[in-house]
Design a protein around this ligand. Structure first.
Ligand code: AP5
Length: 210
């Protein structure tokens, strides 16, 4: 299964990717997590990406296309994967298409902007493994500690309300047109469910026929 998760920042792509990854036994490839790790480690990609990420803008396509091209060569990506946060522009989608990759489905998780702005204040993330929690909707077993790796949880720098607003504008302008791109190819599945993490997941598994 090769799957793309589309959705606004905070729509729940990372949360759902983690669950689907366990259920289907395929890795999640999140450009956001790859870039945050590159920023933390001060790599050349991280140095290029940091200012864009802090401002809530997209990192240039050529950087992302390089990052994702390398990641898809790795051994664990040979039997399928979930792309979380990529593609995010038509140019990125065309680059994947030109690389000959055929996707099985593109799931767009729909959440209204007002709900997203509220959700972001409660998000906590693991700086080590990238796992995502919410203090009310999806809390860790032990407050402030990652269930998966035991690291102390933190808040993302780009979850400040003003940056969230810019990220939403960027999403509507640059990423949302991908819905039309994939609808034309018969791949788009829209999941528009106001519900818990589990309810949204059940709706996704249903559209995937799993
Ligand atoms: P990235 O990390 O991809 O951020 P994003 O798309 O903005 O998505 P998020 O990680 O913020 O949200 P999510 O949809 O994964 O939601 P989550 O599951 O956490 O990118 C960050 C930056 O990197 C970008 O701004 C850009 O600069 C750069 N970048 C990355 N990829 C790029 C690319 N391809 N091209 C260019 N630049 C790129 O959920 C949010 C919260 O809600 C959590 O707290 C969660 O617990 C909670 N929640 C989830 N589901 C529910 C529910 N059903 N009910 C209640 N709460 C819920």
């Amino acid at each position: 299964m090769k799957l793309i998760l589309l959705g606004a920042p905070g729509a729940g792509k990372g949360t759902q990717a983690e669950i689907i990854s366990k259920k289907l036994n395929i890795p999640t490839i999140s450009t956001g997590n790859i870039l945050r790790s590159a920023v933390r480690n001060g790599t050349p990609v991280g140095l290029k990406a940091k200012a864009y990420m802090d401002a809530g803008a997209l990192v240039p396509d050529e950087v992302i296309i390089g990052v994702i091209g390398e990641r898809l060569q790795e051994a664990d990506a040979q039997n399928g994967y979930i792309l979380d946060g990529v593609p995010r522009t038509i140019a990125q989608a065309e680059a994947l298409e030109n690389a000959g990759i055929q996707f099985d489905a593109v799931v767009s998780i729909e959440v209204p902007d007002a709900e997203i702005e509220q959700r972001m204040t409660g998000r906590r993330t693991c700086p080590a493994c990238g796992a995502t929690y919410h203090i009310v909707a999806n809390p860790p077993k032990q407050e402030g500690i990652c269930d998966l790796c035991g690291e102390a949880l933190g808040q993302r720098k780009d979850d400040q309300p003003e940056t969230v607003k810019s990220r939403l504008v960027t999403y509507h302008e640059q990423t949302e047109p991908l819905k039309g791109f994939y609808a034309q190819r018969g791949l788009l599945k829209v999941v528009d469910v106001r519900g818990s993490v589990e309810e949204v997941n059940a709706a996704i598994m249903k559209v995937l026929g799993e």
